[in-house]
Design a protein around this ligand. Structure first.
Ligand SMILES: Nc1ncnc2c1ncn2[C@@H]1O[C@H](COP(=O)(O)OP(=O)(O)OP(=O)(O)O)[C@@H](O)[C@H]1O
Length: 297
């Protein structure tokens, strides 16, 4: 199912175009990273799809419209760390969150185990490290079991240990099959947590796709032929190929250690009995381009 479809979304602040004709699609079960340097429009984009900020033009649709105006109730969001009560413990703070959200049977224990706070569930909030506070915030966004979770720069302001804990927590949540949409300016973070990524700069979409295809040191080549299962099987067992993954669009993505001529790949396919109907060397410089963009900040 399509969880979120954004179509030509635009937001201007005076002369600044914060988000410029942005279009992207998030499918159920994806961990979707919105990667861009500071000021690239990530928060504004999340604000619009959460009905906090009104777009100037364009549109978006949650869950293919199936929940209508109620869609927002199926989305949990963590945009900035919420205020918890310092003298209450994790459970009591979550009880208040569940009350505000009008959730009838919240599964606190399960949630606290997922964010690795179960052992400290009866400690007062004020005794928590910053990383623990942020993990409680993640648990609070998950109260009511929303189908989609949105995180804006979830590791901002944390020390290395806190960052590692949050990333582990997000990885665990992604493994449960929950759809995650996460904005971040850190390439490494998106690479560790996300399955898919959209890279944005000045509110524009630069590229989107699987993390494997977009952020990779590998030399990448797309190929297709009439017999796709046969083609995939032939290249999967070829030790010149690091990885051969069938993408959502039905095209096979080959990962190679080194730059290789298109003619050579064509020949390999032909020797395996396949005539290629599609062969495209995927630009490998996206990661370098992103690092350059962020370095210039
Ligand atoms: N309320 C506002 N009024 C004026 N300009 C704004 C407002 N909110 C955002 N902007 C501008 O819009 C652009 C995009 O900002 P936004 O916060 O969405 O980017 P971001 O990618 O989330 O960056 P960061 O990670 O630094 O928050 C920036 O140039 C920012 O200064």
């Amino acid at each position: 199912m399509n969880v979120l479809r954004i179509n030509g979304l635009t937001k201007r602040y005076g002369r600044i175009t914060a988000v410029d004709e942005l279009s992207l699609e998030v499918e159920q079960g994806m961990a979707y990273g919105i990667l861009g340097p500071n000021g690239s429009g990530k928060t504004t984009t999340l604000g619009m799809v959460l009905d906090i900020t009104h777009p100037d033009s364009g549109s978006f649709e949650w869950f293919e419209g199936q929940y209508g105006r109620d869609a927002r109730r199926h989305v949990g969001a963590l945009l900035e760390t919420p205020n918890f009560y310092p003298y209450l413990n994790a459970i009591d703070n979550l009880v208040i969150v569940a009350h505000i959200k009008q959730v009838k049977a919240p599964r606190f224990e399960e949630l606290l185990k997922l964010v690795n706070l179960y052992e400290r569930r009866t400690s007062k909030f004020r005794t928590y490290s910053l990383g623990m506070k942020q993990r409680l915030a993640i648990a609070s966004a998950m109260v009511g079991d929303p189908e989609v979770l949105i995180f804006d720069e979830p590791t901002n302001g944390l020390d290395p240990q806190g960052i590692a804990e949050i990333r582990n927590t997000l990885q665990r949540i992604a493994e449960t099959g929950k759809t995650i949409i996460m904005a971040s300016h850190i390439l490494d973070e998106v690479e560790k947590v996300c399955s898919h990524v959209a890279i944005i700069k000045n509110g524009h979409l630069l590229a989107s796709g699987t993390v494997g295809a977009i952020i990779s040191d590998d030399f990448l080549v797309e190929i297709a032929a009439e017999d796709m299962p046969g083609l995939q099987a032939a290249f999967k067992t070829d030790n010149r190929i690091k990885k051969a993954e069938l993408q959502d669009n039905g095209i096979l993505l080959l990962h190679l250690e080194n730059e290789t001529l298109a003619a050579a790949i064509n020949e390999w396919a032909f020797s395996k009995g396949h005539t290629l109907s599609h062969l495209r060397i995927v630009k490998k410089s996206l990661e370098a381009e992103f690092l350059e963009i962020t370095a210039n900040q």
